[in-house]
Design a protein around this ligand. Structure first.
Ligand SMILES: *[C@@H]1O[C@H](CO)[C@@H](O)[C@H](O)[C@H]1NC(C)=O
Ligand SMILES: *[C@@H]1O[C@H](CO)[C@@H](O)[C@H](O)[C@H]1NC(C)=O
Ligand SMILES: *[C@@H]1O[C@H](CO)[C@@H](O)[C@H](O)[C@H]1NC(C)=O
Length: 736
């Protein structure tokens, strides 16, 4: 009797289990706040929000009872590296679409794009795939088709799909796995550093078998190539996955229940030093018999640890240079990827570099043919191994102090910019440590990167793409041709792979990473015709870059200085710019969800597009108190009217002129086509109101806009520049 009761209880329990949990009806929702989840009916997998650097992602992870929480590795993430705010949710909408709503930006950050596919329900399958089903229970969408860095048993990798390694914020996070004739591991899409050696034929897909075999299949699903782990036919192993790891190696893992750990049972590349750029920029990967590679930074002439790994040679090395030899060391360039190879003897190789002012290093190899690899970039990495029959020479400056801060590619670079990637190189010396942590902490430390250049290009081409693109430092370097075209202070012109020009701004101030990211997200969500749109950013180590849309005619400051462009700045145009800028700032102050201050308004931060329409740039960085925007606007107006950019004293002079009724003296003599005296009076009045030392006296930007539009009149301003204390001190010292 008792026993039957129990059976009944269990079967009811089981029914509930299978109905409620495996079938996900339309309208179901997961949220960060509730921390709820959906599981597969076998319980092996679950999907939920998880924490990722103080923000959240939604993803599928191992959920089996036998796996401790910290080892419940994430196998798929919606939107790969998307991170969202703490009020976000993931929903299967009534339209049959999976959407990830980001509370930080207030937008749908990711969707399955299935609203037209008659989706009737969703399910998390026992295989770990999240699927959307139509009324006939056919799969219309599955997470298996958009893999992140992992393949699960039964999952295909087809020609247009890639696995992309997780990022650890370094140059070595550009790793991806592609299927193009062969399985290929690539760095940055163009460097293939490993490939399967299957016979040449059309291979439509790879699949990870349930027995832990990675196979390439031909059109008739015949196996043409396979690899497997040491335990591939061990039926005790129930859980496996294949992952492109953060270190760029592809590994197959098995869950070893007795050890309570994931064990790598196969890896694509035996010697980790053979993974491209394992030690990052300027790091040398040193072969280590015990297995784990070491990253060294041999190119250092200084005790300053910040400068480790720096190739200490640059254009500004005036005192001459010499070559230092590194035996059993092979160096290769990361940027630009093209190299020069000369057939030369060892001595010739060395002098080829010595004599070429652009050469930074050479690697000489002789495997029957003597080859000299000439590098003309500071972006170098390499490896060292007693068995390597290669000698490298690195050019060094005879006077190390003169050479240190300079990079041939970017004379404006500061030391820290050059060195951070090096530090990362050093950091990857501890790759084993990362590796252990990664497996150990499982999904907590996942930080996916999908923003490779190609994807960036795709994102940029779509006008409706909402997301900001997060770029790494090396991507920024690449987009700007290693900071080749400096078009303003800390500002570089760059080009997207789609050929669309962009402006990259180096912020220099190492704003704290989290603050920077949230600021950037805020700025990125602001759209206004007269605000330069932020398209992407880089927040890596100390690097803080913003990527903006490009404006054809540069900044207002440059235009005013350029005789040709200045001609186009007629009176009418200048008045139009004043109004446009006022509108843009007014929008920032009152048109966004929260008050946004510009904080650094000046002619340098107003740019002119191809139609000479003004757009305000670099807003929202929260550098200073908002009230300065109004004052800065006043100053900008005086500068624009006068064509003179001489600071506060000049504004005071302009005010004196205006008080004396000689406002016309303020006008830029270069303006062609006449000016409008009435407008001059109006614009100077409002400028002096804005410049008032007492913040309380200054108008709002909305009022300024109304005045400039002519819907509000403006009284003559009171004296804006109340005598200041320093003047009194001067008087005292004079009387002394
Ligand atoms: C959520 O995030 C906001 C800012 O992004 C923060 O102010 C708030 O404290 C967070 N709430 C929780 C519960 O963490
Ligand atoms: C893998 O690809 C094969 C051939 O296209 C297909 O029949 C199979 O359903 C795919 N498996 C998954 C899980 O998508
Ligand atoms: C597993 O496969 C290996 C060869 O790959 C074979 O030697 C071994 O006997 C197999 N073990 C079992 C249990 O089938």
């Amino acid at each position: 009797m008792l026993c039957e009761d129990r059976i009944l209880f269990f079967s009811v329990g089981f029914l509930l289990f299978s109905v409620v949990i495996s079938e996900i009806p339309l309208g179901s929702k997961l949220s960060v706040v509730e921390n709820n989840y959906w599981t597969s009916s076998n319980g092996d997998f679950a999907i939920r929000f998880f924490n990722r650097s103080d923000q959240y992602s939604v993803g599928i992870h191992f959920n089996s009872n036998s796996i401790p929480l910290c080892k419940q590795t994430v196998v798929w993430v919606a939107g790969a590296d998307l991170i969202v705010g703490n009020n976000s949710y993931f929903q299967l909408t009534r339209n049959g679409e999976l959407v990830l709503f980001d509370s930080t930006r207030g937008v749908v950050a990711w969707t399955s794009k299935t609203s037209n596919s008659s989706v009737a329900s969703a399910a998390l399958l026992d295989s770990g795939s999240l699927v959307l089903l139509n009324i006939k229970r056919e799969i219309v969408w599955q997470s298996f088709d958009t893999p992140t860095d992992t393949l699960l048993p039964g999952q295909n990798l087809s020609v247009n799909q890639t696995l992309r390694g997780a990022s650890r914020n370094s140059v070595s996070s550009y790793y991806s796995l592609h299927l193009e004739g062969q399985l290929q591991l690539r760095w940055e899409n163009n460097v293939v550093y490993w490939q399967s050696k299957s016979p040449p034929q059309t291979i439509p897909r790879a699949i990870l078998g349930s027995d832990g075999t990675l196979q390439l299949l031909d059109q008739r699903s015949k196996v043409v190539w396979s690899v497997f782990g040491e335990d591939h036919n061990d039926s005790d192993v129930k859980l496996r996955f294949l992952r492109l790891d953060v270190d760029g190696n592809l590994r197959l893992y098995s869950w070893i229940d007795v050890l309570k750990s994931w064990r790598p049972v196969w890896q694509a590349i035996e010697n980790q030093c053979d993974v491209f750029a394992t030690c990052g920029l300027r790091g040398i990967c040193v072969f280590n018999v015990s297995g784990s590679p070491l990253c060294r930074c041999p190119f250092t002439p200084t005790s300053n640890s910040n400068l480790k790994c720096l190739v200490p040679y640059g254009n500004e090395c005036k005192s001459g240079s010499f070559m230092t030899a590194y035996e059993h060391t092979f160096l290769y360039e990361i940027y630009p990827p093209n190299k020069t190879i000369a057939l030369a003897s060892l001595q010739q190789c060395k002098s080829l570099c010595q004599e070429d002012p652009l050469c930074t290093a050479v690697s000489y190899t002789n495997d029957g043919t003597a080859q000299c690899r000439i590098m003309k970039t500071p972006y170098i990495t390499g490896q060292s191994n007693p068995s390597l029959r290669s000698i490298s020479f690195v050019k060094k400056c005879s006077d190390p102090i003169a050479a240190l801060p300079v990079s041939p590619a970017s004379s404006s670079s500061s030391q820290h910019r050059l060195c951070i990637p090096c530090l990362i190189g050093v950091g990857s010396a501890t790759f084993v440590f990362f590796f252990v942590i990664q497996i150990g902490i499982g999904f907590y430390i996942y930080k996916k990167r999908t923003h490779i250049l190609r994807k960036a290009a795709l994102a940029y081409t779509g006008p409706d793409s909402k997301g900001l693109i997060s770029l790494s430092f090396s991507e920024i370097s690449e987009l700007t041709g290693i900071f080749k075209h400096e078009i303003g202070p800390n500002m570089f012109k760059g080009t997207l792979p789609s050929n669309r020009p962009i402006i990259v701004k180096d912020l220099k101030d190492g704003m704290e990473g989290r603050k920077f990211r949230s600021t950037v997200l805020k700025i990125g969500s602001i759209y206004h015709r007269n605000l330069v749109h932020l398209e992407g950013y880089c927040c890596e180590s100390n690097h803080r870059f913003l990527v903006y849309e490009f404006a054809e005619n540069g900044s207002l400051a440059t235009c005013m200085e350029d005789p040709k462009l200045c001609k186009r700045l007629t009176w009418v145009k200048r008045m139009e710019i004043c109004l446009t800028v006022a509108r843009a700032i007014a929008y920032l102050h009152t048109g966004c969800r929260e008050f946004v201050s510009h904080g650094n308004l000046k002619c340098e931060n107003v740019v002119l597009d191809e139609n000479f329409e003004a757009k305000v740039s670099e807003f929202g960085l929260d550098r200073v108190h908002a009230e300065t925007d109004v004052k800065d606007f006043g100053k900008m107006v005086v500068e624009l009217v006068s064509g003179r950019r001489e600071g506060d004293d000049f504004c005071e002079w302009a005010y004196e002129m205006w008080v004396k009724g000689e406002g016309e003296k303020v006008i830029d003599g270069r303006i062609e086509g006449g000016i409008n005296i009435e407008q001059l009076e109006k614009v100077l009045r409002i400028a002096f109101w804005c410049l008032h030392v007492d913040e309380q006296m200054r108008p709002s930007m909305g009022e300024v806009t109304n005045v400039l539009e002519g819907t509000l009149s403006v009284d003559p301003p009171p004296p804006p520049f109340i005598p200041r204390r320093p003047q009194q001190e001067e008087e005292i010292s004079e009387s002394d």
